[in-house]
Design a protein around this ligand. Structure first.
Ligand code: COA
Length: 249
């Protein structure tokens, strides 16, 4: 396990913290693997009743590590860890609370679509520039975002790559609450503790009823992943990745 993902347990709450400050919490293959393992282990552990995702001040996550994408675009293998993480996320049996501050790009936005409560700070913008990178939406976002935002605002977000402020995301029903930076972690953990104090079986059934069966969601994630893998090897994606890698600051 790398120190880019830090797992902590506070009573019945498992905290999964992204911790790669020098790269704004861009997520590597090893980080996906660690997060998938933590979700699976926490779900299997009767002592854990809620999962929490947290990032760093100012950077929840800059999305998938683009150097990892570049390696695949250049003919390398990979992607299994992402798939394992997305399946673990879509099928997770216990509630997830996330606390998002600042940068939330790509999977840094879409993983929150699978959370039960997301808190975000006023300076947070949710961005999914998949098409600009020559890619397609992932993590079931092509299904989940239109369901919440309607087709036109979903198109603006997933097609045009338009950012959504925390305030607009809350008004649209994409996240639960906007809280100040210095209250984010406390609010996120307090919600997780509140969840953990509920009768777990009743909460599990209620959550399952609200989510319905996951077959359609998992099928969509698979469909998106097939396109995504093919797109990574496209000229459009290669050009966008090279542009990022060689950009001047
Ligand atoms: N993958 C790999 N490295 C990344 C990264 C990513 N997704 N996002 C940021 N980084 C790295 C930068 O290359 C830089 O590394 P360096 O200091 O070694 O050059 C470091 O993180 C800091 O990023 P920087 O761009 O200087 O910070 P910023 O605050 O000016 O901008 C972002 C932050 C997130 C807006 C910008 O880095 C960005 O657009 N990243 C790409 C986001 C993206 O497209 N993600 C994939 C979505 S599918």
């Amino acid at each position: 396990m790398s120190d880019h993902i830090v797992i902590e347990r506070q009573d019945a709450v498992q905290i999964i913290r992204l911790n790669r400050p020098d790269k704004k919490n861009a997520i590597t293959r090893a980080m996906y693997a660690d997060m998938a393992a933590a979700l699976t282990a926490g779900d299997a552990d009767p002592a854990i009743r809620a999962h929490v995702f947290l990032g760093l001040p100012g950077a929840f996550s800059a999305g998938n590590d683009l150097a990892d994408f570049m390696a695949i675009a250049s003919g390398g293998e990979g992607g299994g860890e992402v798939w394992d993480f997305l399946l673990a996320l879509a099928n997770v049996g216990k509630p997830i609370v996330s606390g998002v501050d600042g940068i939330a790009v790509g999977i840094g936005t879409t993983l929150n679509l699978h959370c039960d409560l997301t808190f975000a700070t006023p300076r947070t913008t949710f961005r999914t520039p998949f098409v600009d990178l020559g890619l397609v939406p992932e993590a079931g976002s092509s299904l989940l975002v239109p369901n919440v935002l309607g087709l036109q605002r979903a198109f603006a977000m997933l097609g045009l790559g338009e950012g959504l402020s925390a305030e607009r995301a809350q008004a649209a029903g994409l996240i639960y609450k906007v809280v100040a930076e210095d209250e984010l972690e406390a609010a996120t953990l307090a919600a997780a503790r509140e969840i953990a104090a509920k009768p777990p079986e009743a909460l599990r059934i209620a959550r399952d009823l609200m989510r319905g069966d996951r077959l359609e969601l998992v099928a969509r994630i698979k469909q998106e992943s097939e396109h995504f893998r093919a797109r990574l090897k496209s000229d459009e994606a290669r050009a966008a990745l090279v542009a990022f890698m060689t950009r001047k600051k």
